[in-house]
Write a protein that binds this ligand. Structure first.
Ligand code: CUA
Length: 325
């Protein structure tokens, strides 16, 4: 009974429906190509597995020891069999090698001239995105247009990270002193989850990200909003702006027309994002105020220092940051 329960637990564990980081549901040309190779290998392995295990089961039953059976004929060396079990695996490997090598070259494909170039910078413990042709800089939530090739240039900053978005961008290391590329065309608008996939220090597990694949017109709208100057805040948000401008925030963060720090994420359009602390939490006034009061309590290891803000001050700064749509 216990064994059956454990077996069921393990098998049913694979039946989750809410799996935003699945690598089995590809949503770009690149991940579809990779999934294609997986498919071939999985089917080949399944056929071989069934064949071999079936044969073993049949042999165990058919040639089991029975009372009175004589010793079977003893065979030593069998050229035909030996040639067969050398050639057969070679053929199987060949069948797998052809599509695998094709896709390996595909993962290194150069970008087409109309591709949208985006620089991805991995930093402890968040992601910076720069769109040189659009003049946009943002963090943690990467917007890309559906149907247009995207060329990511992966740049290391401090230590080795790995940019991993299973459904659209697959995975590639982000290494200081080395330029890596990912070229893909996302095909289905939606929000896709990603995660740093190379241990990079205390907050590695919380170095998450989102990729928003937008319909082309929505992407254009997003770009326009990112380029627009932030609105002038009023009330509590105006107080927050004054606090922001007078505090250490300005040393690390950029807000168009107000501060030009580059150590932390660009906050010019912070309020247009959906998550906080590199994809950890949904963005909202309470979560943001808690973060401003004590970042390490929210995300252990976070490089943002405690600013000594009171609860009231944190609420004001949060209100201000949320106006930055
Ligand atoms: Cu960055 Cu792990």
């Amino acid at each position: 009974m216990g064994a059956i329960a454990i077996a069921l637990l393990l098998i049913l564990g694979g039946c989750a429906w809410d799996t935003p980081q699945t690598s089995l549901v590809p949503r770009s040309d690149l991940t579809r190509a990779i999934q294609g190779v997986y498919g071939i290998i999985a089917w080949v392995a399944l056929v071989i597995g069934v064949l071999v295990l079936g044969l073993i089961a049949w042999i165990l039953v058919r040639f089991r020891q029975q009372p009175g059976t004589p010793m079977p004929r003893q065979v030593r060396g069998h050229s035909t069999l030996e040639i067969a079990w050398t050639v057969a695996p070679a053929v199987v490997l060949l069948i797998i090698a052809v599509p695998t090598i094709q896709v390996i070259f595909r993962t290194q494909a150069p970008a087409s001239p109309n591709a949208l170039e985006i620089e991805v910078v991995g930093k402890q413990w968040w992601w910076e995105y720069r769109y040189p042709s659009l003049g946009v800089v943002t963090a943690n939530e990467l917007h890309v247009p559906a149907g247009r090739p995207v060329a990511l240039k992966l740049v290391g900053w401090d230590v080795i990270h790995s940019f991993w978005v299973p459904q659209v961008a697959a995975k590639r290391d982000v290494i200081p002193g080395r330029l890596n590329h990912i070229v893909f065309t996302a095909d289905t608008p939606g929000t896709y989850w990603g995660q740093c996939a190379e241990f990079c220090g205390t907050a590695h597990a919380n170095m998450m990200l989102r990729v928003m694949v937008d319909a082309p017109e929505n992407f254009d709208r997003w770009v326009k909003a990112q380029l627009a100057p932030p609105p002038e805040p009023s009330g509590l948000a105006a107080e927050g702006k004054a606090l922001y401008a007078a505090s250490a925030c300005v040393g690390c963060h950029t807000i168009q027309g107000l501060s030009a720090g580059t150590l932390g994420p660009n906050l010019s359009h912070f309020g247009s994002r959906t998550t906080l602390a590199a994809g950890m939490l949904p963005i909202g006034p309470e979560a943001l105020a808690a973060w401003l009061i004590d970042p390490q309590a929210v995300k252990p290891g976070a490089k943002m220092p405690k600013l000594g803000l009171s609860a009231e001050q944190a609420r004001a700064v949060a209100a201000y940051l949320l106006t930055l749509k």
